[in-house]
Design a protein around this ligand. Structure first.
Ligand code: NAI
Ligand code: MHF
Length: 283
């Protein structure tokens, strides 16, 4: 049974890893390799995406069930967009009975093929979902925070105000990935300035290729790190050099955050066994 104490599990650095459900045979093979690595890394909790990039609810539920059965503490993502209130309530109860140890309350991304239609959505902001989870369960609630501001926000001040409101009602904040340490420091100080002291754990991503990096910076609405523009990655050994810099970059951010008092680190594994193994071996 899940221990349900997200930050008190390990003295020092609490380690968490995001995984997503496989959507093809090739992805299923990658997921097997990742789960094998996770069994030796032994993270404090694993988060399972919901609906990310169009993935289905059934696949998320099946992966949660599998990971719980393997003995992992699982945090389930839940997104407002595309679900009615009743569907969200049903999912919260299903998560509860599957034995998850927390919920990451997200607004969610609009469907890839649409810029406006959110279908049956009745809740429109993560803060509303935090309230719903509180009403419906005693599960710990995590929220996503955006060090560089959310790409849909009109200005950073209002984005920080909304972020502080939802973080104040949550048990933990996990950040979107970032490449500029100053953005993480800015987020922390803006939350403190608004009177919110809920712990914030940095989310790190180690891109496996320049192409993946550009795709992810586009999703997050942020600039690539400085090393990206420093070389022609198509040249000999370019990919190996890129991966070494990407890993060093994420480790540098993680270590600085831990030195400055962060309680843990969260890795967006991108379902890569190799990245996950190397990141935690060197942290
Ligand atoms: N770990 C993960 O899976 C992560 C996922 N994300 C993704 O980021 C996306 C949205 O992020 P969230 O932080 O959950 O959304 P959110 O609902 O907190 O914020 C989304 C946007 O709405 C604005 N907003 C918030 N509350 C508002 C209110 N009451 N009135 C008007 N505007 C308001 C915010 O400033 C922001 O621009 C999701 O697609 C999520 O999947 C982001 C980071 C990590
Ligand atoms: N805005 C936003 N939405 C998210 O879903 C999200 C974030 N940010 N930030 C952190 C992580 C990263 N997430 C991601 C990122 C990419 C894929 C993705 O491209 N998945 C492909 C597989 C690609 C591959 O195997 O290389 C898929 O088909 O599911 C999924 C989740 C989920 N999280």
């Amino acid at each position: 049974m899940a221990k349900c104490n997200l930050l008190e599990q390990r003295a020092g650095c609490v380690r968490s890893v995001e995984v997503w459900p496989a959507r093809s045979d090739r992805q299923a093979e990658r997921l097997r390799e990742l789960i094998a690595v996770l069994q030796s890394v032994d993270p404090d909790f694993v988060t399972v995406t919901y609906g990310a990039m169009g993935s289905s609810r059934a696949r998320s539920l099946a992966l949660i069930e599998e990971l719980v059965a393997l003995g992992f503490d699982v945090v389930a993502h839940l997104a407002c967009l595309g679900n009615s209130r009743d569907e969200l309530v049903d999912l919260i109860h299903r998560y509860r009975s599957l034995g998850v140890c927390g919920v990451l309350a997200l607004r969610g991304d609009p469907p890839l093929e649409s810029t406006t239609g959110f279908g049956a959505s009745e809740l429109h902001h993560a803060s509303e979902l935090v309230e719903l989870i509180r009403q419906e369960s005693d599960l710990p609630v995590i929220v996503a925070l955006h060090p560089d501001g959310h790409p849909d926000s009109t200005d950073i001040a209002s984005d920080r105000n909304f972020a502080a409101e939802k973080l104040g009602n949550a048990d933990l904040g996990l950040t979107q990935f970032f490449f500029d340490y100053a953005s993480f420091v800015g987020l922390q100080s803006d939350m403190m300035a608004r009177g919110v002291a809920t712990p914030i754990v940095p989310g790190l991503m180690v891109p496996s290729s320049p192409k993946q990096l550009l795709r992810m910076t586009e999703i997050a609405g942020i600039q690539p790190p400085p090393y990206f523009a420093s070389a022609d990655w198509d040249l000999d050994n370019g990919l190996d050099r890129f991966r070494a810099l990407a890993l060093d970059g994420a480790l540098t951010l993680a270590r600085r955050a831990l030195e400055d008092g962060a309680r843990g680190v969260h890795l967006f594994s991108m379902n890569s066994a190799q990245v996950t193994a190397e990141f935690f071996a060197r942290l």
